[in-house]
Ligand binder design. Structure first.
Ligand code: ZN
Length: 269
């Protein structure tokens, strides 16, 4: 079973085997903040009980982005807490409205194909929450004796990523990933990814001088890991530009890139 790990006083992370997802919890004197919600009704309910093991403070929820594994637990999580506020970027709300059903279908089929029938059934019956509080650039959440700053660092993994700053611990969602033995995976790069803008988004994360950066998947990392990830993304963006300009073949780009071939192919697509 996953456990809460206290990264700083009252700031916790919890890493799951399923998709190696990492969620967060910040506990204040008046309220707590749950960062991301897991990917289904059952998973959202599990997370709600896990939060209650740590604190009885009334919760707020923030979604780092609209992808199902981060956002689809929100309805069950919020309902467990008596309909608590759900924060996101404005464009995250529209992405959920427009793409959640397609996302759900795609992943239900993937789970079925993998023989994960319980997960597929849970996902198929998961109600999708609509965020109730949205912002475009930045927002401060008052938890009582502490605040958490939410900000949108510009496009990156998606067009609407949100970063949550709790002192020197920064929750970066999928702007940062910590795959076993590396940084990004094939799943890091999708049709909603803005590869050329992503390095600048990570510069915004680094400008907060974080001691700990919590990725959307995998164990927390430090600022130097994020700086290397930024440099890798910059290299990928340059290689993709060369491929698009016709001065480099995909095979040569894959050879030259600092990441595994399948990850590079996903980034170049
Ligand atoms: Zn994602």
């Amino acid at each position: 079973m996953p456990e809460w790990i206290e990264q700083a006083a009252g700031v916790y992370t919890r890493r799951y085997a399923e998709l190696d997802l990492t969620v967060g919890l910040v506990v204040g004197s008046e309220r707590c903040l749950v960062v991301d919600t897991r990917g289904s009704r059952g998973q959202g309910e599990e997370l709600a009980s896990a939060v209650r093991e740590v604190t009885s403070a009334p919760p707020l929820i923030v979604l780092t982005h609209a992808h199902f594994d981060h956002a689809f637990g929100a309805a069950a999580l919020s309902a467990s807490f008596g309909d608590c506020p759900i924060w996101s970027h404005t464009a995250c709300r529209s992405a959920l409205t427009e793409h959640a059903e397609a996302d759900r279908r795609e992943w239900t089929e993937r789970y079925l194909a993998d023989g994960e029938h319980a997960l597929a059934g849970d996902l198929a019956e998961t109600p999708i929450a609509t965020p109730t509080r949205t912002f475009d650039r930045a927002e401060r959440l008052d938890l009582g004796d502490r605040t958490v700053e939410l900000f949108h660092p510009g496009p990156g993994h998606t067009g609407h990523d949100v970063v949550a700053v709790a002192g020197d611990v920064v929750f970066a969602g999928d702007l940062v990933e910590h795959a076993p033995g590396g940084s990004f995976t094939e799943e890091s790069f999708g049709p909603d990814t803005h590869l050329t803008a992503w390095p600048a988004a990570l510069d915004h994360v680094l400008a907060h001088r974080p001691r700990v950066v919590v990725p959307g998947h995998g164990d927390p990392v430090d600022a130097s890991f994020v700086a290397r990830a930024r440099d890798d993304l910059r290299a990928l963006a340059d290689l993709r530009a060369a491929v698009r300009a016709g001065t480099l073949t995909v095979a040569d780009a894959v050879e030259a890139a600092p990441l595994p071939p399948e990850v590079v192919r996903a980034a170049l697509a």
